[in-house]
Design a protein around this ligand. Structure first.
Ligand SMILES: Cc1ncc(COP(=O)(O)O)c(C=O)c1O
Ligand SMILES: N[C@@H](CCOP(=O)(O)O)C(=O)O
Length: 465
């Protein structure tokens, strides 16, 4: 399997190089040159597989022959052994034909663990094979950072630097990033919002001198392996609801568009998905884009679902590439316009193609709170605010006949203040995370300044030449 950049001007890479590259050297994102295909019979034969076995079956075609099958199988089994639910990603029924896919049973209580636990093991394996070291820089609005730190802490071949928006993540999220005692972990509180953090990250990748000097790698969803690993739970949930003989729809709380793009990939691979519904919070750029055809950034609002407080939605670029029939010149034109004027208008045929697969809606903070309350009262189920945004949007889009699966992306205990304010119930952290809120924190506050952040990373990265 080979990987091509959405901007068409970076080298075509094999799987291992794509995993280490993160962002492509032309600023684009890697995608597989073609989508692996499963027939209905092959999908039917996946029924009843345990989650790790399903992951091996679904993901193997993406690897080509670069990682020996027994090694990959071991890495997958180790990754999902860190989850505290036997099913790894269980499906819970909350209404006659509505379900929550619980993706928060990993070490940091958010869906990011599903991909990050596998990615860390894959990277470690590739680096060990090549006897190399890497510097990982990641940007987070709260959950990716904690998941990455958990997955990479103590690994000898990587140093990890996580940029989070100072004062804009929940206390639990912050402590998951700032209480690690591992020598290779560095938490940086950036004076700005998530888009500033992600902008700095992309600027570091596009500064080729710096990138090569520190052997820069990325673990955000710009890294293809993140999206790849997330494809599996679309298969696991659809299979348990009757796929491939029965279609399923998904509603996905969306920020950087990675999670829902994994659903799109699952559909391209043959999974019968009826609708993919994008749910945003008040930062509704994607909902507005689907309504108007124009992608236009405006300021980021701080909400009760902080991980979705995003305006520049990285993985949307992957969808633009697909919707333009993989025309990299069109993607480059859109991205240039975004850089210059903060907006671009999607061609009529392309937005029509997107609308044929996706739908979009938004939930205000009041709607999120009301949904947390009503779901607790009606289904005795306590939602986190991100999942609640999606439950609200799904309620307006469900068709009745087709099962609707909402992706449950975080445990409510990560956002106790918002959940308690909405419902009166204060969700407790699981006992195994009990020491988190009293452990000592260690982090550095930096301005949103490329040179200062590069200096900080460059001085501490062991891979720096
Ligand atoms: C809890 C939670 N829900 C939803 C999202 C949105 O996911 P994505 O960025 O893949 O669209 C995020 C972060 O991105 C998150 O942390
Ligand atoms: N919501 C995310 C934002 C970054 O996500 P990624 O999926 O692009 O890595 C977070 O929690 O950090």
């Amino acid at each position: 399997m080979h990987y091509v950049s959405t901007r068409g001007e970076a080298p075509v890479l094999g799987f291992s190089d794509a995993v280490l590259a993160g962002l492509a050297r032309d600023g684009g994102l890697y995608v597989p040159r073609e989508w692996p295909q499963f027939s209905a019979a092959e999908i039917r034969a996946m029924r009843g597989l345990a989650y790790p076995d399903l992951a091996i079956r679904v993901l193997s075609p993406f690897l080509g022959d670069e990682i020996p099958a027994p090694v990959f199988e071991r890495l997958v089994r180790e990754a999902y052994a860190t989850f505290r639910h036997e099913a790894v990603c269980p499906l819970v029924q909350t209404g006659p034909n509505t379900f929550i896919l619980e993706l928060f049973h990993g070490p940091t209580l958010a869906f990011k663990d599903v991909a990050m636990q596998l990615l860390a093991r894959l990277m470690d394996h590739v680096l060990a094979e090549r006897d190399q070291h890497a510097t990982i820089v990641g940007a987070t609005s709260g959950d990716t950072g904690g998941a990455a730190i958990d997955a990479f802490a103590g690994r000898s071949r990587t140093d990890i630097f996580i940029l989070f928006p100072h004062g804009r993540v929940s206390p639990v999220q912050q402590r998951q990033m700032t209480t690690s005692t591992a020598q290779n972990v560095h938490a940086l509180a950036i004076e700005g919002n998530f888009d500033d953090c992600q902008g700095l990250l992309k600027d570091m990748f596009n500064d080729h001198g710096f990138r090569d000097r520190v052997a820069l790698s990325g673990v955000n969803s710009i890294n293809w392996a993140r999206i790849m690993a997330q494809i599996v739970y679309y298969f696991s949930s659809a299979l348990s609801l009757g796929a491939p003989d029965r279609p399923v729809s998904f509603t996905v709380p969306t920020g950087n568009f990675g999670d829902i793009f994994a659903g799109y990939a699952a559909k391209k691979m043959g999974l019968p998905i009826e609708r993919l519904i994008i749910a945003t919070n008040d930062n509704d750029i994607l909902a507005r884009t689907f309504a108007t055809g124009e992608y236009r950034t405006k300021g980021v609002f701080a909400t009760t679902s902080p991980s979705m407080d995003i305006q520049v939605s990285s993985n949307f670029e992957r969808l633009l590439f697909e919707a333009s029939d993989r025309d990299a010149a069109t993607v480059r034109r859109y991205m240039d316009s975004l850089k210059q004027s903060g907006a671009f208008t999607i061609e009529t045929q392309q937005i029509a193609a997107m609308r044929s697969e996706f739908d979009a809606g938004r939930a205000t903070m009041d709607e999120v709170a009301a949904t947390i309350r009503s779901t607790l009262a009606g289904s005795n189920y306590l939602l986190d605010p991100h999942t609640a945004a999606a439950v609200h949007v799904a309620a307006g889009k469900a068709s009745g006949a087709v099962p609707m699966v909402v992706l449950g992306t975080a445990h409510p205990a990560k956002f106790p203040a918002a959940v308690e304010a909405a419902s009166g119930v204060s969700p407790a952290l699981p006992a195994w995370l009990g020491g988190l809120m009293t452990s000592e924190e260690k982090y550095t506050v930096l301005p949103s300044d490329l040179k200062m952040v590069e200096d900080y990373v460059g001085r501490r990265a062991r891979a720096a030449r």
